[in-house]
Each structure stands twice: as structure tokens, then as C-alpha cells.
Write a protein that binds this ligand. Structure first.
Ligand SMILES: [Zn+2]
Length: 311
């Protein structure tokens, strides 16, 4: 199908050329494109998309009410009148460029997938607690591209949520946002089927939320192109950062087990499974949530092996 391939390449070139002609003069645009290509070269887009393809909603576990960790950020959003869809009468399917409860919820789902990417495995229940009881979403929304050094838990008060509800798009910025997203997704995907569409929409909703946050942080009621540039910079940095160090470790109350010698290692406070790379026998380690490890035979370090911290 060489002909089809050439057509696609031609389409991409056209979209790229039009985009550059229109927006090349804007500060930071080339930087975004470079970062995007960097993530492509490092195979990070491919790895992240694979997480989407294999994704199973981790909340589909038996007995959900007691097992779903409640997020502080979502609770705060609701308190400020940003309601889940099912609570709104006559809910119209939301415009992806507006911020509503689903936008905040979408950030959580996105962070779950990102966490799964950095852990290199599917999430278990303790991972969800560690993630959702961390200040990571707040860091992201309040700190944007400096989320890794920003501290949450104090910054996002009621004012933030009230302000974010009143922010509106500058028309040029909205066009810029749509065209940039179209360019990037055309580059990533030849065809857009179910998973590609979900991937594209979830990423776009994160950008929209971050662009709103950027406007709020500069005390503006309007989202301008600079806010969109900042949102993309923040998104790419989040994707490229190992977020495993930013979760709340105290929810890891289970055990590590060596896959080779079956040695059990209970985790101490402030230790998380990804702090350790391997057993002293050289075997790889697997994490068992505390409710799983209760059922297992606890050998309690009987053969004196040790586990070693990773880099
Ligand atoms: Zn071992």
C-alpha cells in the first residue's frame, strides 16, 4: 500500500506546513514540536499508547464501594459546584474544550495510565490508593511545568475552582489548540479507531484543563495562545517524568516477593515497591497487596536474603 502511505505523508506535510505558516512566529511553538519528537524518538508515545490498548478499568474490581479511593481534588471540585454528569439534569454532552467534572476525572484516569506506564505493569489496588491519596493532581494543576517541585495540599482552595469556572477561550487560542492537537495526532496515528480516539481525546482534555489552570495562574480570565503553549510544555514534562516518586507511599502496606527464591519482604513505612530493584539472589521482585499476602505463606526472611534499592 505504498500509494496510501504516500498520501498520508503528503497529508501530514500539508498540515505541518499550514501550521508552521500560521503559528511559527509564536514563542515556544518550535520548542513544543521538538519535545513531541523527543518523546517519539524515545518510544514514549508508543509505550503510552500500548497502556491504553491494554487498559482495564482498575475500578472494576469486586466490591467497589470500599475499595475506591476518594480523591481530595475531585471532592473539592464537587464542593465548588463542578458536578459529576449523573448529578446534572438534562446533561448535554460536554464540549471537550470546557472544563467540567469529567475533565477533572479525566486527569485522574490519565495519571493512572501514566503511573502504569512508569511502573511497567498493570495497577493493583494499593497503587490506586498511593496515587489518588497523593498530591500529584494538585501539583499538576497548581504547578504546571514545575509540578515536580511544587507542593500541593494548600494551594488549590475554593478560589481556584471558582476562577477556573469563569475562564473562557480567546478565539485564536482555541484555533491554535485544535490545530496543534490535529497535527500531533495525525503524526502519531495513521488511522483513528477506538483506542486512538480515546488516547487523543484524553490527552486533549488534559491540555484543555492545563490551559485553564495556566490562565488562572496568570490571573487572566482569557486563555491565550501562551497558555496553550504552557499547557503542552507541562503535559510533555509530566509524560516524561517518573511519577512513581510522587505518590503517597504509606498506602503500600503489602509485601515484595522474590520470583526466584520466593523470599517475602514486608515494606516498611515510607517504602514503596519501586524503591527496590531486585533480591540478593538476583531474582526480580513482585508486589503483593496486603490482602493477597495475608493468604500466602509468610516465610519471614528465613533464608536471610536481602532486597536492594534501585537507582
Ligand atoms: Zn530471591
Amino acid at each position: 500500500m505504498v500509494g496510501e502511505y504516500n498520501n498520508r505523508e503528503q497529508d501530514l506535510k500539508t498540515i505541518y506546513q499550514e501550521f508552521i505558516n500560521e503559528f511559527n512566529h509564536i514563542f515556544g511553538v518550535m520548542g513544543i514540536l521538538k519535545q513531541f519528537i523527543y518523546l517519539w524518538d524515545e518510544n514514549i508515545w508508543e509505550s503510552l499508547f500500548n497502556v491504553y490498548v491494554k487498559w482495564k478499568n482498575p475500578f472494576n474490581i469486586p466490591d467497589p464501594p470500599s475499595t475506591i479511593p476518594v480523591s481530595l481534588l475531585l471532592a473539592q471540585a464537587i464542593r465548588n459546584g463542578i458536578q459529576p454528569r449523573e448529578l446534572i439534569d438534562d446533561y448535554q454532552d460536554s464540549n471537550v474544550y470546557l472544563v467540567d467534572y469529567e475533565t477533572f476525572h479525566n486527569l485522574h484516569i490519565f495519571l493512572e495510565k501514566l503511573y502504569s506506564l512508569h511502573l511497567g505493569r498493570e495497577l493493583v489496588e494499593d497503587d490506586l490508593w498511593a496515587l489518588h491519596k497523593s498530591d500529584l493532581p494538585e501539583r499538576v494543576l497548581g504547578g504546571l511545568e514545575v509540578f515536580d517541585i511544587f507542593k500541593g495540599n494548600l494551594f488549590l482552595g475554593d478560589d481556584f475552582f471558582q476562577q477556573i469556572k469563569s475562564v473562557i477561550w480567546d478565539e485564536e487560542a482555541l484555533i491554535f489548540c485544535k490545530k496543534l492537537q490535529n497535527l500531533l495526532m495525525t503524526f502519531l496515528f495513521e488511522n483513528k479507531n477506538g483506542n486512538e480516539t480515546i488516547f487523543s481525546q484524553e490527552l486533549e482534555k488534559v491540555v484543555v484543563l492545563l490551559a485553564h489552570c495556566s490562565a488562572v495562574s496568570s490571573d487572566s480570565q482569557y486563555i491565550i495562545i501562551g497558555n496553550v503553549v504552557r499547557a503542552y510544555n507541562a503535559l510533555f514534562k509530566i509524560i516524561n517524568t517518573d511519577i512513581t516518586h510522587l505518590v503517597n507511599k504509606k498506602y503500600y502496606t503489602g509485601f515484595l516477593i522474590c520470583k526466584d527464591c520466593n523470599e517475602f519482604y514486608p515494606l516498611l513505612e515510607n517504602e514503596s515497591p519501586h524503591d527496590f530493584s531486585h533480591c540478593s539472589c538476583g531474582g526480580g521482585l513482585e508486589y503483593l497487596s496486603s490482602e493477597n499476602s495475608n493468604n500466602s505463606n509468610n516465610s519471614n526472611n528465613s533464608n536471610n536474603n536481602q532486597i536492594f534499592k534501585g537507582d
